[in-house]
Design a protein around this ligand. Structure first.
Ligand code: FAD
Length: 282
């Protein structure tokens, strides 16, 4: 099945877009997290949301949930790691599944957290964010797997079934991956090195591990890493007033398009993006 739209992100921007696409009966999958957005939940007091003076983040979140449920909107709790431009439509990879869609909406918020030195340089040359997409390239090889959440354990197991040796960096509690060819490393990585391709992962204690590939599994991934060719400036996706990006059928809304980082801007842009998507679909 080819969906009308895939929404990536369940914060205020994604919610606003999902509400509008649903009203217009468009088919879509909405990826994000079950709590909608940490950034809504964690706000102590919100004083600038029209109609809701002095709400706490938890109260705003509860109001968002109520609205989402009233419209029967479902969030698919998976991380989108890759999008392939198929010329006229897109193939979206979320954990171990593929989804075909005519349009994409990035509502991913701002990506916090540092990348490793050398990471961007070696994307596609040994650095991968998607076990399902690239794991098969490392049969019989030595790889590193860096994971920030338990949710990636099935991907780690899949990688361990392919590779000969896996150095696993589990940045979460209670790692349950136990396999003969998996060595857990408790020192953080600091740099990725190589020439044409990745050849070494350097750790904070200056240990150098010889590796053929490095899989980085994070909850948030930079949009340009997810979809190559997407235009960004100063770390934000470049959009016009219709929330269109430089790629046909690809839209963006909310914090990921730039400052100010505010709920109402996110909601407004999500709304504009949804209407532009509806117009694009014809
Ligand atoms: P976000 O709310 O960041 O949501 C993005 C969502 O996308 C997240 O659920 C994330 O998990 C998901 N996601 C990202 N990448 C992927 C992927 N690859 N696959 C699947 N899902 C993905 N603003 C105000 O206007 N007033 C305030 O009082 C206020 N207080 C704040 C207090 C705090 C502590 C913080 C942190 C922020 C506050 N903000 C406030 C800012 C506000 O939270 C943001 O502007 C707003 O949440 C942005 O909405 P968004 O939808 O663009 O992104």
């Amino acid at each position: 099945m080819r969906y009308d739209c895939i929404i990536i992100g369940s914060g205020p921007a994604g919610l606003s877009a999902a509400m509008n696409l649903k009203t217009y009966n468009k088919s879509f999958v909405w990826f994000g997290s079950k709590n909608l957005s940490d950034k809504v939940e964690k706000a102590e007091k919100v004083t600038n949301y029209p109609g809701l003076p002095n709400v706490t983040g938890k109260e705003l979140q509860a109001a968002f949930f109520e609205h989402k449920d009233a419209l029967g909107l479902e969030i698919t709790d998976k991380i989108v790691s890759n999008i392939y431009n198929m010329g006229g439509y897109y193939n979206v990879v979320a954990e171990n599944e593929f989804f075909e869609t005519t349009t994409i909406l990035f509502a991913t918020g701002v990506v916090l957290g540092n990348q490793y030195k050398g990471e961007t340089e070696f994307v596609g040359r040994g650095v991968s964010y998607c076990a399902t997409c690239d794991g098969g390239l490392y049969r019989g090889k030595t790889i590193a797997a860096i994971a920030t959440s338990k949710r990636f354990e099935h991907e780690i197991t899949f990688l361990a079934d392919m590779a000969e040796n896996v150095y696993l960096f589990p940045f979460y509690k209670e790692c349950e991956v136990e396999k003969e060819n998996v060595e857990k490393v408790m020192v953080a990585p600091k740099e990725i090195k190589g020439q044409l391709r990745v050849s070494e992962l350097v750790l904070k204690d200056d240990t150098e591990l010889a590796v053929d590939g490095i899989f980085i599994m994070r909850n948030a991934i930079a949009p340009t890493t997810i979809l190559s060719g997407l235009e960004v400036a100063d770390g934000h996706i470049v959009v016009n007033r219709k929330m269109e990006t430089n790629l046909p059928g690809v839209f963006a809304a909310g914090d990921c398009t730039g400052k100010p980082y505010q709920y109402t801007k996110a909601v407004g842009e999500g709304n504009v993006a949804a209407h532009s998507i509806i117009a694009y679909l014809g």
